[in-house]
Write a protein that binds this ligand. Sequence first.
Ligand code: GDP
Length: 453
Amino acid sequence: MSTIAAISTPNAAGGIGIVKISGPDAIAVADKVFCCAGSAKLSDLPGYSVRFGRVHDGDDVLDQAVAIVYRAPKSYTGEDVVELQCHGGLFLMQQILRLCLKNGAVPAEPGEFTKRAFLNGKMDLTEAESVMTLISAHGRQAADAAFGVLQGSLSKEINEISKVFISAAAHMSAWVDYPDDEIEELDFAKLKTDFTAARDRLLALIDRFDAGQAITEGVETVIVGKPNVGKSTLMNLLLGKERSIVTEVAGTTRDVVEETARIGNIVLRLSDTAGIRESSDLVESIGIEFAKTKLHHSALILAVIDGSRPLDDEDFAILKACEGRPSVCILNKTDLGSLVTENDVAPYVSKVLSLSAKDESSFDVLREALESLLGTAEFDSSAALLINERQLACCNKAVDCINEAIDAIDSGLTMDAVNVSVDAAISPLLELTGERVSDAVVNEVFSRFCVGK
Ligand code: GDP
């Protein structure tokens, strides 16, 4: 196993910057680049030791720093780890990282520290995945939900569900393989009840997925409408000065997002605000492929219409683009009177709101509507939560197989036939927690992490 090193703090100047080294030679590498004040060497110290000293390249002193020594297995990665806390200048940290690489470490891949933590059994795959969600959480509920998963809330739920099928499979296999032994006969009615209850727990997780995504990941949102209907005014309402405006941290591997507005517990990812602001460009392009794609890829459409003027063809083109999509039609400028009724537009969109974007109190109207549309109003962030598509796909697959097992019981098929479906249900559940997962899936999960985590 190689010894890896990376800058673990953001790719920017800060008060403190951390260069992290992990692997069998972590302490030896650190001893070559760090000299403790006094005579101690890091390699003489037990785990959880902290020393002040200097980072040096031979006679050339680069910085004063603090070194923290962790000994395997009691570290984040489960390996020997040294963290060098230096002054947080970007150039300086890069110099110190280079020095570590010159002295035997290799650059860490994205997410490699957490990947090693997973491979060394320090956390399961759901817990590892929650680390990125926690890092990118924009609000209290998102952080609470991610922290819950990091603490094992999802693993616990999935393990309890898996147990139902694992013990059923063991029982059925024993029955089939050792017919002469006195193995208790299977009660198919009870099996069906247990399978149904376990499936319903998975369905409850699947049900909460979209709301959880709206809170933890945010909702790709696009604002559309003709020129002058009030799109920019709506944007300003959403991004109001006193409200939270978050700019995505550079250096993470997520999609580039220009602006993120928090409305209640929902994060709206306004993924192409420049385009939205150049409202006339966007509207002129309605009907052309670009705008269609843009609308198609967003998870939520906010269609703005000037309700004080009659609907025209352009308004209808926009409304038609909303059909069948999660969308809110905002009949704006209610203060100027209403020529468009909610019934006129309701057939095209998920929800209609009449408001004035100029009026601050419209923010709450919008918040309530979005929380109810996206199902986040009653969200319990302490309950187990699926935090990404991979986990959702595993649950869906397990549910399909459980339904097959239940069907097999209902149709009076043989125990072998039931067992095949039960086995098939266990696989995606073990894949979800990472207990039985291919290298390709593991690599894919960690490739989405940032370097240094
Ligand atoms: P956009 O071109 O769609 O981005 O529209 P703007 O947000 O720039 O608004 C166009 C004009 O409508 C501006 O003069 C706004 O002040 C005005 N406006 C926007 N919302 C309202 C509203 O609710 N009531 C009134 N009376 N005017 C509004």
